[in-house]
Design a binder for this molecule. Structure first.
Ligand code: ING
Length: 304
């Protein structure tokens, strides 16, 4: 069987004042712990190098470029790549990407997949950006990803790596079935994703905490089950400068069952042995797309 031991490296809060160097130290500690527990792949959260800055408004978005990476690896993140290569552990890393395309700056909410040799196998840019673009004073909390990021322009690719078909998405993407099915159509066997999910809503209300966690796991379990794929979903959690993010990092099997679950809102490693061949059952029976899908009736899904 094609077994891969995967770690979900949940991060506790990153305060606005915290340096990348301090954060990279935390990432390396989690990576080394994962290696000690037999992992050959580790998933870090969305925007894993900085605080969740889209909660803050800046008139000139260039003010937020301090939270972006112009290159990956950068000087601050090189130690993580070096240590991962030494230990032979691949990883998913979420970060804010500043891409200079011939003098024009483009900003994306990005994740990279790095293999056990420390080289970048693939890049994904978040497609579903939640929230709003302008300051909205009717809200108790801002969520300005549409202000600081462009929608991803790379689609939902998969990469053959680590003896399987690997896919990535980011945070809000997990709530959209289109994300999972796009990856499923490409034969994905393990979807990695990081998230930063505020607990309070933007209208001052607090959904019952169990409801927010329920929707998180519901989305991931459904996506995994309906596309017969493993899913590793990893939070940045805890209170960042007074703003709370939920935890609930989990590893979900191709049958949609949670096989590993975080119990804290701090730096915490969860681990599971993922047998990629467990995907074969769903892909060859209930979710045998070639045998059962009727795309002639689905056109509406791609309409505006
Ligand atoms: N965060 C949230 C998420 O999709 C959100 C936005 C929060 C949507 C609560 C719905 C409910 O998990 C990001 N960064 O996408």
């Amino acid at each position: 069987p094609r077994k891969i031991t995967v770690g979900g490296a949940q991060l506790g809060p990153i305060q606005r004042a915290e340096s990348r160097t301090d954060v990279v130290r935390r990432l390396i500690d989690l990576l080394e712990k994962a290696h000690r527990r037999g992992c050959s792949l580790v998933v870090f959260p969305e925007l894993a190098l900085t605080t969740f800055f889209p909660r803050w408004y800046a008139d000139d978005i260039a003010e937020m470029d301090v939270y972006f990476e112009r290159e990956m690896p950068s000087a601050e993140t090189q130690p993580l790549f070096d240590r991962a290569r030494e230990l032979g552990v691949g990883f998913y890393l979420g970060y804010a990407e500043l891409d200079d395309q011939g003098g024009t700056l483009h900003r994306y909410n990005t994740a990279v997949l790095v293999d056990q040799t420390g080289s970048i196998v693939g890049k994904y840019r978040k497609v579903h950006l939640p929230g709003h673009k302008e300051f909205d004073d009717s809200l108790t909390r801002q969520h300005l990803e549409k202000r600081y990021f462009e929608p991803g322009d790379l689609g939902f690719p998969v990469w053959r790596s680590m003896d399987g078909v690997m896919g990535m998405c980011i945070c809000n993407d997990r709530r959209w079935p289109e994300t999972w099915r796009s990856l499923g159509m490409r034969g994905v066997e393990l979807v990695m994703l990081g998230y930063n999910t505020p607990t309070g809503n933007q209208h001052g209300g607090m959904e019952p905490p169990h409801q927010r966690m329920f929707h998180n796991h519901l989305s991931i379990q459904a996506g995994a089950y309906q596309n017969a794929t493993w899913a590793v979903a990893v939070a940045k959690a805890g209170v960042e400068d007074g703003h709370e993010l939920m935890g609930g990092s989990c590893i979900v099997s191709p049958q949609g069952e949670i096989v590993a679950l975080a119990s804290t809102v701090e730096d915490e490693l969860i681990v599971a042995d993922c047998d990629l061949d467990l995907c074969n059952f769903g892909k060859s029976t209930i979710f045998n797309f070639a045998a059962h899908r009727r795309p002639e009736h689905y056109k509406i899904i791609t309409e505006q």
